[in-house]
Design a protein around this ligand. Sequence first.
Ligand code: 5AD
Length: 352
Amino acid sequence: MNNLIETLKTTGNLTDSQLQTLLETNAYDAELRKAADAVRREHYGTDVYIRGLIEFTNYCKNDCLYCGIRRSNRCAERYRLTKEEILECCKEGYALGFRTFVLQGGEDPYFTDERLCDIVASIRKGYPDCAITLSVGEKPRESYQSYFDAGADRYLLRHETATPEHYSRLHPSELTFAQRRKCLFDLKEIGFQVGAGFMVGSPYQTTEHIIADLRFLQELKPDMIGIGPFLSHKDTPLRDYPNGELELVLRILGILRLMHPKVLLPATTALGTMHPQGRELGLQTGANVVMPNLSPQSVRKKYMLYDNKISTGEESAQSVRNLTEKVASAGFRVVTARGDAKTAAGRTAKPF
Ligand code: 5AD
């Protein structure tokens, strides 16, 4: 096996210049994939965890330049689910075998802490054996604490890019990397299992930026890392920038698996959107989570973060059987357990 990959596999780390070499050539891709697959098997076998994604509002007060549900996009048809509709999604998801519900939405001021806590508490009461994951953006620490106290146990907040100048070029001036970073550390301190991550091939991104992202993730040590390609959206200011590349997404997935042997690594919807076998390729390069969509069919097309987002095939929760078969033919096995990240001691992170 190649020396660079062997070093990364055995030590979990490389120097910046070694990472640069690895990121900028395809020469190591085959060995990288093999090593990432071996390390993932060592800790997780062939298990693939599934999470039911409920996209409960596409209202957003933010104006991120890449995102299809940014507030300036007048073409986006806005919707929000009621508490009853959200609970209905959970009911359907539970029957399909899901034991993690991910409530994701834009930063919608309608969902005050009080309303969100009420929803979380209702899910917690109805599904005591399930994990509740929130993904609702940047909030004051007290808000995060209230969600945790109401029964949420995980939180996804991608850091998007760990280079402040790059962050500023992708976001409006009121959003900063410093604030993003603070949110992620607040969430960790409160006791959430945390997910971070970034887009691959976002406009202006350089290898240096990606290395900064990898270093930031080494510092944060999240339980989950979500990465996927940047995909342009026609009604955003970044409409003319090229999409991220499959090869690079897979390369970074492999690197992340070797740097974070026990992390939960989703094969994301964006990866599945960019290539018909995108998610299977992700699973074969170290990923071990998929997040099918549990939102009602009527709203799915409205949660368009980027053009052509897939929403009716195996990524829909209703097709969980198709998904299971597809995953099986790629050599893996869908499991319905909560699937907490494994700790160094080999136990799950936070059983209850
Ligand atoms: N392309 C790819 N990913 C995107 N996201 C938002 N807009 C896009 C896009 N145009 C990602 C962001 C966000 C997550 C929910 O979706 O990383 O954190």
